[in-house]
Design a protein around this ligand. Structure first.
Ligand SMILES: O=C(O)CCC(=O)C(=O)O
Length: 275
């Protein structure tokens, strides 16, 4: 890593993101990339979870650490793991593991959004970091323009939370359709082995890809105290006596749920008041 962990955390705190150069060694990138290509070439679209996205140019594997044995090599990379660990004050768990293949595609791959529903939007907490953060590890080179670049807005992690928004930004997305970016947006130009770390309230999008397929892994992190006391299981393992509502409250969920929805209020104030 070309930047020290202290410097990386300071940049993250100030800007809301940090690009970690060479966070993952080449040998791990090539091993993992080969495994990802083999799996997804063989199984293709049936690995893309419909809950995530309807982008036809994206193959998105969820629960990747369980599906791809080599994925856990990333957990061994101190330069990658130490920065989220420090940002979360040492209280870290892995909430999600993904891999993404983004084909050449003339439209924006992802619209402007934050990774949060209203209940994950909080004023930035200097001491404990964000509620969620993620590290995106690049397998392919995105140093060229128009290579499906991740774009984000430094400082936007401190913008006031809007508890009414739906995590998408209509004005910016209308402009994005005409290739216009919000003021201050920064485009990430990463090479294989680099990782970008940012929190859930950072505004970000992914631009069109006109060069070559872009492949990457995403690790999602959160405070370990978010872990439930009762470990969540396959809905088939939930006791028969649990009602659908109880299952929802306990975190059992049908396979087609969008994981982001698990962090939104599964009930509603009205339904509680009606009891
Ligand atoms: O693939 C990327 O660069 C970012 C993906 C993204 O927007 C997300 O996971 O929320």
């Amino acid at each position: 890593m070309t930047t020290s962990p202290d410097h990386a955390v300071a940049q993250f705190t100030d800007q809301g993101y940090v690009l970690l150069k060479q966070a993952v060694p080449d040998s791990i990138i090539s091993t993992l990339d080969a495994a990802v290509r083999k799996l997804t070439d063989d199984r293709g679209p049936d690995l893309t979870h419909s809950s995530f996205n309807t982008n036809p140019a994206l193959t998105h594997v969820r629960d990747a650490a369980n599906v791809i044995a080599e994925y856990q090599l990333l957990f061994e990379c101190a330069d990658l793991m130490s920065v989220p660990h420090r940002i979360l004050g040492g209280s870290l768990q892995v909430l999600g593991t993904e891999v993404l293949r983004r084909e050449v595609y003339q439209q924006a791959h992802e619209r402007w959004h934050r990774d949060s529903g209203p209940y994950l939007e909080r004023p930035y907490d200097e001491r404990n970091g964000p509620l969620h953060l993620k590290a995106q590890v690049f397998f392919t080179d995105t140093r060229q323009k128009e290579s499906g670049n991740l774009v984000l807005i430094p400082g936007s992690h401190r913008w006031p939370a809007n508890h009414r928004d739906d995590a998408y930004w209509t004005t910016a997305n209308n402009a994005l359709a005409h290739a216009v970016l919000p003021e201050g947006a920064v485009s990430i130009h990463a090479e294989p082995g680099d990782a970008v770390v940012f929190g859930n309230t950072m505004w970000h999008a992914v631009l069109p890809n006109r060069t070559q397929e872009r492949r990457s892994a995403i690790l999602r992190f959160g405070q370990a105290w978010l872990r439930p006391y009762d470990h969540l299981g396959d809905p088939a393992a939930a006791a028969d006596h649990l009602s659908p509502y109880s299952r929802q409250l306990l975190g059992y969920h049908p396979a087609e749920v969008n994981p982001v929805d698990l962090y939104k209020d599964p009930t509603s104030t009205e339904s509680w008041c009606a009891r």
